[in-house]
Design a protein around this ligand. Structure first.
Ligand SMILES: *[C@@H]1O[C@H](CO)[C@@H](O)[C@H](O)[C@H]1NC(C)=O
Ligand SMILES: *[C@@H]1O[C@H](CO)[C@@H](O)[C@H](O)[C@H]1NC(C)=O
Ligand SMILES: *[C@@H]1O[C@H](CO)[C@@H](O)[C@H](O)[C@H]1NC(C)=O
Ligand SMILES: *[C@@H]1O[C@H](CO)[C@@H](O)[C@H](O)[C@H]1NC(C)=O
Ligand SMILES: *[C@@H]1O[C@H](CO)[C@@H](O)[C@H](O)[C@H]1NC(C)=O
Ligand SMILES: *[C@@H]1O[C@H](CO)[C@@H](O)[C@H](O)[C@H]1NC(C)=O
Ligand SMILES: *[C@@H]1O[C@H](CO)[C@@H](O)[C@H](O)[C@H]1NC(C)=O
Ligand SMILES: *[C@@H]1O[C@H](CO)[C@@H](O)[C@H](O)[C@H]1NC(C)=O
Length: 344
């Protein structure tokens, strides 16, 4: 019996042993166990991380539990809830913010227009940010600058911080805007930026303003400081004393060039959500400011600016060589620039 048992166990060992050595078997089991262990571990880690990710996701969802704004479906891309890096929007975190840009040309009343907008408690227009060349050196610096402005992280005297309902800037056509128009239009359309075009109808008056401002840059008529905008009639009178001489030969080509640039800008940026304003219309008709506030979806307010107009009254009193200019322009389609006058 003992023999039998012995021979039986022997048989077992004899019959199995030759197939594989026990060491190899043990190694296989060990490797299998290790692979299983690593696999189970990796599943556990994945589950933990997805659960914690879901936890992180839940927080903004809770924060975003702002009441649904009462807006039309087309407006959704234009409504934003920025989270500035530098401060908290506090009690206004649920106030939607609209993005805008004022596209204009120098001496077209955009400085005055911007002071009007900034008189609104809920509007921050941060000025001519791209007058600084490095900010417009290439499309990456432009996008970086715009991102900062629209995230409410651009701090300027115009910042209204947490209760801003419309944020933007003033941007001149010759400040990289026309040069990089394709990328900028794409940015405006993907980020939901609305455009306010502000142009001047009377390009002859604009030309006088450009020349006078250029002259003052060197002459510095106001006690040795150059000013582009003034806040008192006295200062305005001093600046208006200078009468430029306009080169009559270059007058028509210059007017034409400005007109063409304006038309091109309107064409390039046609696909954006936009409104077109003319300086003269805003001066004459303050309901234009209501149109702008409605366009930006901010509550209607009476808006005031302390700026004083520099060149007032008849054009004939503002240039040295009026008779020459009259001759050149009479009979062209710019003739209306000679008469057109308006009062503030
Ligand atoms: C708007 O202008 C008025 C009059 O100049 C001034 O009293 C008021 O403080 C201004 N509001 C803002 C928000 O700048
Ligand atoms: C863009 O301009 C900035 C500043 O001039 C420069 O540092 C950066 O390398 C430029 N980027 C590209 C892509 O050219
Ligand atoms: C405008 O700003 C005031 C505080 O200055 C705030 O109470 C109000 O909610 C803001 N309105 C909008 C539409 O954001
Ligand atoms: C220029 O200086 C005079 C006197 O020195 C002063 O009365 C006037 O207010 C100053 N004007 C400006 C614009 O600073
Ligand atoms: C006007 O400009 C043209 C072209 O630059 C120049 O040839 C001409 O001398 C200028 N005329 C005056 C009066 O400055
Ligand atoms: C802009 O587009 C509209 C329709 O899409 C067209 O009627 C209009 O002429 C265009 N304007 C310019 C300046 O290209
Ligand atoms: C003033 O502007 C409004 C809105 O843009 C317009 O409906 C109205 O006819 C204008 N009034 C005058 C006198 O031009
Ligand atoms: C323009 O020319 C016509 C005749 O050619 C003349 O009657 C008219 O007074 C001129 N207008 C101006 C503003 O000089």
């Amino acid at each position: 019996m003992a023999d039998d048992l012995c021979s039986f166990t022997k048989d077992v060992f004899i019959t199995k042993a030759p197939k594989k050595s026990p060491l190899v078997l043990r190694m296989i089991v060990l490797v299998f166990a290790m692979v299983c262990g690593v696999y189970i571990c990796s599943i556990c880690v994945k589950q933990i991380s997805t659960r914690s990710k879901a936890g992180f996701l839940n927080i903004p969802v809770i924060q975003k539990a702002c009441p649904e704004p009462n807006i039309e479906p087309w407006e959704i891309p234009y409504v934003h809830y920025p989270k500035p890096k530098t401060y908290s929007r506090a009690e206004c975190a649920c106030n939607p913010v609209r993005y805008f840009a004022i596209l204009s040309m120098q001496r077209s009343g955009s400085g005055w227009f911007e002071t009007l907008l900034n008189n609104h408690t809920n509007v921050s227009s941060n000025g001519e940010i791209f007058s600084v060349k490095v900010r417009r050196s290439n499309i990456s610096t432009i996008v970086e600058t715009l991102d900062k402005i629209y995230n409410l992280d651009w701090l300027s005297s115009a910042s209204k911080n947490e209760c801003t309902a419309a944020v933007g800037l003033k941007w001149m056509l010759n400040q990289g805007l026309m040069q990089h128009h394709t990328e900028i239009v794409e940015y405006f359309n993907t980020r939901g930026v609305s455009i306010i075009f502000l142009f001047r109808r009377n390009l002859l008056r604009r030309m006088i303003s450009v020349l006078a401002n250029l002259y003052d840059r060197d002459a510095k008529l106001l006690n040795g400081t150059h000013k582009s905008h003034v806040h008192s009639p006295h200062e305005a009178d001093i600046l208006a004393k200078y009468k430029p001489t306009i080169n009559a030969t270059l007058l028509i080509p210059n007017l034409k060039q400005v007109e063409e640039t304006t038309a091109k800008a309107l064409e390039y940026f046609n696909s954006t959500r936009h409104i077109i304003l003319y300086y003269e219309d805003v001066v004459k008709n303050r309901t234009k400011l209501t149109d702008v506030q409605d366009f930006l979806k901010v509550p209607r307010r009476e808006l005031k600016s302390r700026q004083v107009k520099i060149h007032k009254g008849s054009l004939s009193q503002q240039v040295e060589n009026w008779d020459d200019l009259k001759k050149v322009i009479n009979g062209t389609h710019y003739e209306s620039f000679l008469q057109a006058d308006y009062r503030k």
